[in-house]
Ligand binder design. Structure first.
Ligand SMILES: Nc1ncnc2c1ncn2[C@@H]1O[C@H](COP(=O)(O)OP(=O)(O)OP(=O)(O)O)[C@@H](O)[C@H]1O
Ligand SMILES: [Mg+2]
Length: 332
């Protein structure tokens, strides 16, 4: 069944003006409605009709609240970030998929490719870069009284929203305040000369992320997803959001892609296989590569010595470096 046919069926059940997306991914049909209250028996009837036509498919119907996104009709002024040539955001539709682990190791891999790299932790919901780079107990300092001095770890410059907050205080910043903090860190840090700044973005598709995509002059966004459907559905929402704000998506990384048994060496696809690759293809985006589910990746980043720095010869380091090379090629 084509996406157009599915859209026509969906329009029999809910007003077509509220259909904001229809996708067929692997063996799943995803229909997204925006700004509409769900009526459970209508959804059930819609699913039933689709299932009667495509019994082998799984059907997901999602309802999203969408604020008005300024589609670039009027130019929004970008933040001025001195000394930084390219900015790459690392984002995920869903939390906990390994966005920060990927951002940190990718930043180090870009440095291994000869670039001067900065890593900004803008994840106001759970800043974890200070732990992963081992600077969480260091104080925030300023040499000139107007600009922060970035933390230096393994040859890259870094700054985190975590440095502005007390670790034991839960963060309850919302929209404007969170964006103000991120703006301050980006524009009032003496970064020096940087080729590529990697930004660990907040997860999801909320207001903060929309503001960042409008205010920061991104060279592009790297989307991190795990292979299972549920994470991919959120990755699709994330990609749609960036496409709408006119932000280039550089591609998708599949994290926790497969597991190599340390005892028998056999490969197991715990969360399924190649889901991110198919998603990338079906959305006209690039598949950047796969990183395995690997205890050493978790151990090293928890210990503040990410694998790319701790174990330069590991095959996992090579996997991050290959993704870094593809990104360098894409941003030119
Ligand atoms: N490829 C991997 N192999 C093994 N463990 C991993 C891998 N990637 C991430 N992890 C582990 O999974 C957990 C979640 O990863 P991480 O904190 O990077 O995710 P996140 O998407 O940034 O999460 P959050 O939404 O909480 O910010 C961490 O304990 C991390 O060490
Ligand atoms: Mg994180």
């Amino acid at each position: 069944m084509t996406e157009t046919e599915i859209t026509q069926i969906a329009a029999k059940y809910y007003p077509s003006a509220h259909i904001s997306g229809v996708k067929v991914l692997n063996n799943r049909i995803i229909i997204e409605f925006k700004n509409l209250a769900e009526t459970p028996n209508i959804t059930a009837a819609l699913k039933q009709e689709l299932l009667s036509l495509q019994p082998e498919y799984k059907i997901s119907v999602v309802f999203v609240e969408e604020k008005n996104i300024n589609l670039g009709v009027q130019a929004i002024e970008k933040w001025k970030i001195a000394g930084v040539k390219h900015i790459i955001g690392v984002a995920s539709g869903k939390g906990g998929v390994g966005k920060s682990t990927t951002a940190v190791n990718l930043a180090l891999a870009l440095a291994n490719c000869g670039k001067r790299v900065a890593l900004l932790d803008a994840d106001v919901y759970g800043p974890s870069v200070p732990t992963m780079l081992g600077y969480e107990n260091e104080p925030l300092i300023s040499d000139d009284g107007t600009h922060f001095k970035p933390f230096c770890a393994y040859g890259i410059e870094s700054m985190s929203v975590g440095a502005l907050i007390d670790r034991d205080t839960p963060l309850i910043w919302r929209g404007a305040k969170a964006c103000g903090a991120i703006e301050q860190l980006m524009t009032e840090t003496s970064w020096g000369e940087i080729d590529i700044m990697v930004v660990d973005m907040p997860p999801g598709t909320g207001d903060i992320l929309i503001t960042l995509s409008q205010r920061v002059d991104f060279s592009g966004i790297v989307i991190v997803s795990t292979p299972q459907d549920i994470a991919l559905i959120d990755a699709v929402k994330g990609i749609n959001m960036f496409q709408k704000t006119g932000t280039t998506v550089l591609g998708i990384v599949e994290n926790m892609s497969y597991f190599i048994c340390p005892h028998c060496g056999e490969r197991a696809d715990i969360f399924g296989h190649d889901g991110a690759k198919y998603t990338a293809e079906s959305m006209g985006e690039v598949f950047l590569g796969a990183i395995p589910l690997e205890p050493e990746i978790r151990r090293t980043s928890d210990a503040g010595t990410p694998i790319v720095a701790a174990n330069p010869d590991s095959p996992h380091t090579k996997a991050y470096e290959e993704i870094a090379q593809k990104i360098i090629q894409r941003i030119g």
